[in-house]
Design a protein around this ligand. Sequence first.
Ligand SMILES: [Cu+2]
Length: 508
Amino acid sequence: MSRFHPSRRTFLKAAGASVGAALLSPPALLARPTASPSNRITPQTDGPADYTLTIATKPIELAPNRIISVATYNGQFPGPLLRLKEGERITVDVRNDTDTPEQLHWHGQVVSTEVDGAAEEGTPFIPPHGSRRISFVPQPAGLRFYHTHVRAGADLAAGQYSGLVGPVYIEPKQHAGNYDREVFLTLKEFQPTLSRGGDMAMEFLSPAQAVAALRDSGESKMKASLAKGKPHGYEVGYDSFTINGRMLGHGEPVRVKAGERVLFHILNGSATEIRSLALPGHSFNVIAMDGNLLSKPVRVPGLWLGTAERISAIVEMNHPGVWVMGDLADDDRHHGMGIVIEYAGYKGRAQWLPPKPFKWNYAHFGDSGHAENSGTAAAAPDEVFDMLFEKQNAALEGFNQWTINGVAYPREQMTAAPAFHLHQGKRYRIRMRNASDDIHPIHLHRHSFELTRIAGQPTSGVMKDVVMVGGYQEVEIDFVANNPGLTLFHCHQQLHMDFGFMTLFDYV
Ligand SMILES: [Cu+2]
């Protein structure tokens, strides 16, 4: 989890009054249509775009005494909520007012490589001080998001360490669930620093069982590296933790009424961290994971979200008071990871109480998690791809190098030779074996996948685009090759993807 180092905490106090004044006007919730720029690269239609997203470095106020300068979309964090309609084509102008090329990735959407926003797939860069117009049909419905997709390497101001994250909600043709209103929460840390080692929380995943062969392999490699005098590879920790860009206690509370049913759309916008969330005295009725509806809602006492995962959950407001909805990790919550939930008629200091301990098992959300469906298996695949994930400790100037089947994605080039080949219309299973002690939030671009086995437990019916693979564990996912073009597969942990943990599929 977070590796917090008080001694390295530095507050970037941006220059005084003018900055503060600029922050007084609240950012617009919705991006407004604006005139198209004159220097666009790929004009597809004339006239104004439906949305304009401008990438620029701006001050953002995490708390009254903590103003930082980061790359943002439209000068705000998170970027504007884009409410799109399933199946209705939109055009978006993306302007880049920074000095470095950018990529804007439409995470979780089934789009073309021209639009997807990954240079590895051949999406053109948005040039520095230039812009690019794209056009696509939003799909599938549900909670998606957009974020930068450039590699940061050792530069902790670049990539997703910045403020370049924003939510997307694609309105379904029919609304699901019985709720009174929606609240969007984007979880994100700021002010990253490099550290050595640190243990990641693992005990929340269920089943907990590790594969002995993976553990033996990973541990013996690590021992050999340390014996040669190498330190542990770098990790990243943070000084500031926020929900919707505000540290706990410094944003507007979520104001609710007793009896209300609030649908929370929660996005883990972190570059590297796994997050948890609980609300004292309340439970979450999860209706969708990564935007995709479950066959039935599933009630849980709290949530866990790997990097880039999303959860849509209804909370029945039936426990009046003023509460902290926050991360289970005390240290992270104390440094901002939470938001106040305030019932009408209640005042005072927000209270936190930890929930009863609980485990996070993806299979609980699947069809076989329901008694009447027990034993429901996913469809059989046409082909199985085996992938072994390995870490080479501190192999790259102190950074860990990551490999898939022994191959690290080349750092010096964008498009590498595709390692896996797809035939359109076929169903594929990826059997992922993690020979490291880290949890990896694994992401497949431009396709959704079905969870089929979690650490030995079969499951079906949960469609996602990111899944956490536990340390020394195995996870299997299936997907249908239904969107031709180069398709990037990677760990969504920025420090892992930047140092080798990526591979490409192509259609043949
Ligand atoms: Cu990873």
